[in-house]
Design a protein around this ligand. Structure first.
Ligand code: PEP
Length: 258
């Protein structure tokens, strides 16, 4: 199978710092990433923990950087008595462009169902943010031959809640749960196959949006495996966890995004 890319979608590389870092790290890492992306064509986005969004945004603005800013989660609620929650409007106010919804760590640790994830997707767009909706199967589901059914079921819940037109302003991240933080990445063939299924599902609803929507891959992407993965036809970039915490490894991946 020829997996090589011929598409024209602008690649997106997003660094999900998860619950890591402090003020000094956020400033230093933002500066180092900014220095390394000047000659690259990919869109690059940093996704720090909520307390460091402002620090990263200030570093971006001070440097007049083209780096984008994203958040790791948002509330389904718009405002009010929801202690500890962060609204989409607050993230917009802080200068975010993107927000993750449905990361597998939130689905697992916080029992977020497909319906909750879909509601967060809607809340993000209502606030003016571009959601990056994460889909992915567990190892048991893959071994049971349920990969496409699980991933497309997660996608269908969002299509049902938000409508297909909403994917004109959204990004999809395919992240097999068994590949996240494990060092065990999907092969390019495995990843491309699921990405093609995701795109086909969108195309079934809207051929135009299916051709335009960016579907990025996440799960133990490193500089050495990034070139093969990112050159697949239906893979439009990466959602990077561990390797986004060091400028050299993150930039190595950004350089592989053609
Ligand atoms: C992630 O958390 O979205 C992720 C892909 O993590 P890692 O790159 O560490 O597997």
């Amino acid at each position: 199978m020829n997996l090589m890319s011929t598409h024209k979608r602008v690649p997106l590389i997003a660094g999900n710092w998860k619950m890591n870092g402090d003020t000094a790290m956020a400033q230093t890492l933002t500066g180092a990433v900014d220095e390394g992306i000047s000659s690259l064509s990919a869109e690059v986005v940093l996704i720090p923990p909520h307390p460091y969004l402002r620090v990263v945004k200030e570093a971006i603005d001070d440097r007049q950087s083209r780096l984008g800013l994203g958040a790791q989660d948002l509330s389904v609620h718009e405002k009010g008595a929801h202690t500890g929650e962060v609204s989409g409007a607050m993230l917009m106010d802080l200068g975010c462009r993107y927000v993750l919804v449905g990361h597998s760590e939130r689905r697992a640790d916080h029992h977020e169902t497909n319906e909750v994830v879909a509601a967060k997707f809607v809340a993000a767009q209502r606030a003016g943010l571009t959601p990056i909706v994460c889909l992915g199967e567990t190892l048991a589901e893959r071994e049971a031959g349920q990969t496409d059914a699980v991933v497309l079921g997660q996608l269908d819940a969002v299509i049902a809640a938000a409508g297909i037109e909403s994917f004109a302003q959204a990004v999809i991240a395919y992240e097999p749960v068994w590949a996240i933080g494990t060092g065990q990445t999907a092969t390019p063939e495995q990843a491309q196959s699921v990405h093609a299924s995701i795109r086909a599902r969108i195309r079934d609803n809207s051929d135009t949006i299916g051709g335009q929507v960016r579907v990025i891959y996440g799960g133990s992407v490193k500089p050495d495996n990034a070139p093969e993965i990112l050159s697949c036809e239906d893979i439009d970039g990466g959602l990077i966890g561990g390797a986004s915490l060091e400028a050299s490894s993150f930039l190595g991946i950004c350089q592989a995004a053609l």
